[in-house]
Write a protein that binds this ligand. Structure first.
Ligand code: ATP
Length: 368
């Protein structure tokens, strides 16, 4: 069965007074039932994109379709969407029940239906006992549950969530992440979720987009973006990455400051690339590896994070970051190293990602 497009953006551009280009030609399709995240640094345009979907901003160019309808002339309250904001935006003078009932009452639903649906929404987000409280009598997590219930009670086709967990402490955030994922699966509602927290996006999304400067850098499955970033920005923004300048000398070979490196293929001889490798994909050993793609380095810094040891390694060609699991076993890849120790670093060719992004026209001479 083909997925049904629910949100369709084409060439959407938004320039604010003063000339800030918040969105610079965004084309994107989100499908029915997807948990889709927009991830990017502050100011990249995520909120503007969400506000355009909600009908709170009007694009200067491009088209926006929701559930097959061009929504240019459709006011926010007529769109099949609801928004959950980071600051909850609850009505302070109303009880929890009245906050949640607000949308239904605006649509003049009969009182019995209002009671039933509000009860259903409160149960969904597990706040059954709080109906008579006012927002100032709630914790941050409870307020966010009310905000969610207030949006879900209207059974939107698309739920827009703007950093809904941003104001909560880490433990609560993790708990609510799981609850939100469960809710989304149960209801099958399409979620468009804005966050600047890369782990949150990786954990929660079916698909996601990384944004920069009003543009979508890359759209895909979380593992696609993490494992095969198409730009240096995506490689750096999603987790950490070792990025190595390379000058291709064969389809599967390049000269780099770390010496010649083999990759799985796809290079055009004579061109320059960045090769990316994640810190957890470097292999460390005390004894030299009898293989290609090895670099000798010295341990410069060690960061102990509990589950992992993170090493900053100094090699002739520059620094490399490597993570090893703190598993207390003495096998290559798991050993622990001390400051100043020499380590042999293997960069498996299959884990070197070729980032095919222009990085200057001049071919770089091979490293000495
Ligand atoms: P954050 O994570 O900080 O919320 P964001 O990615 O959501 O950032 P936006 O709020 O969409 O970013 O803002 C994109 C750009 O547009 C920023 O440079 C911002 O300063 C600018 N901008 C947003 N709203 C307005 C406005 N009403 N008037 C002028 N400029 C605006």
């Amino acid at each position: 069965m083909n997925p049904t497009p629910v949100v369709e953006l084409e060439g959407v551009r938004k320039v604010f007074d003063g000339g800030t280009v918040a969105l610079d030609g965004v084309t994107l399709t989100v499908y029915e039932g997807e948990f889709f995240s927009l991830l990017g640094p502050s100011g990249c345009g995520k909120t503007t994109l969400l506000r355009i979907l909600g009908g709170f901003e009007v694009p200067d160019a491009g088209t926006v379709r929701i559930a097959g309808v061009d929504v240019r002339e459709v006011p926010p309250y007529r769109r099949p969407v609801n928004t959950v904001f980071q600051n909850y935006a609850l009505f302070p003078h109303m009880t929890v029940f009245d906050n949640i009932a607000f949308g239904l009452r605006m649509r003049r639903r009969p009182p019995a239906e209002v009671r039933r649906k509000v009860g259903w929404a409160m149960e969904l987000v597990q706040i059954e006992g709080l109906s008579a409280r006012r927002p100032h009598e709630l914790s941050g997590g409870q307020k966010q549950r009310v905000a969610l219930a207030r949006a879900l009670v209207n059974e939107p086709r698309v739920l827009l969530l703007d950093e809904p967990l941003g104001a909560l402490d880490l433990k609560l955030r993790k708990q609510l992440q799981i609850e939100l994922m469960r809710l989304q699966m149960e209801l099958g509602t399409t979620f468009v979720y804005v966050t600047h927290d890369q782990e949150e996006a990786l954990v929660m999304s079916d698909r996601m987009a990384v944004m920069q400067n009003g543009r979508l850098e890359q759209v895909g499955l979380p593992e696609e973006l993490y494992e095969r970033p198409k730009t240096a920005f995506v490689a750096r923004f999603l987790g950490r990455s070792n990025l190595i300048e390379a000058h291709a000398v064969a389809p599967d070979r390049a000269e780099t400051p770390f010496g010649p490196l083999r990759v799985s293929g796809g290079l055009t001889p004579g061109r320059r690339y960045l090769l990316g490798i994640r810190p957890e994909k470097l292999r460390l050993a005390r004894e030299p590896w009898n293989r290609a793609n090895t670099v000798t380095a010295r341990v410069k810094e060690i960061v102990y994070t509990g589950a992992e040891n993170q090493y900053i390694l100094e090699a002739r060609g520059g620094e490399l970051v490597a993570y090893t699991l703190n598993a207390d076993i003495s096998e290559p890849g798991y050993e622990e190293y001390d400051y100043g120790e020499t380590v042999h670093v293997h960069l498996p060719p299959e884990n070197l990602v070729v980032i095919d992004e222009p990085i200057g026209d001049e071919p770089r001479p091979p490293a000495p």
